[in-house]
Design a protein around this ligand. Structure first.
Ligand code: FES
Length: 101
């Protein structure tokens, strides 16, 4: 096993998991997560952070909110639930931008 050549400063995992109808765990983040994922990607690209902040759509993160979606942050940043598009926008706008020397 080799350490990958490229490493993000932050990786954001956004759950867009869909469950089958009638699941006791609810419908999953599904479309709510897909919308948050798209906004995270758009915001990261717009801020020029794509090389340092990676946004990855993923399956269930284990918290299964009934509203919004769940996201997890790399490097021990934690898991968040009930994340909305507005939360995604605010989160990315608060990230540090590229530094100049
Ligand atoms: S379905 Fe999204 S956290 Fe479980």
């Amino acid at each position: 096993m080799n350490r990958a050549r490229f490493q993000p400063q932050l990786q954001i995992f956004v759950c867009a998991n869909e469950r089958a109808a009638g699941s006791s765990l609810g419908s999953g983040c599904g479309d709510r997560g897909a919308v948050v994922f798209a906004e995270m990607k758009r915001s990261v690209l717009a801020r020029g952070l794509a090389s340092s902040v990676w946004v990855t759509e993923t399956k269930c993160l284990g918290v299964c909110p009934q509203e919004g979606c769940a996201i997890a942050l790399s490097h021990g940043g934690g898991v968040f639930e009930r994340v909305t598009v507005n939360d995604a926008r605010a989160f990315v706008s608060n990230l540090e931008g590229p530094r100049s020397c």
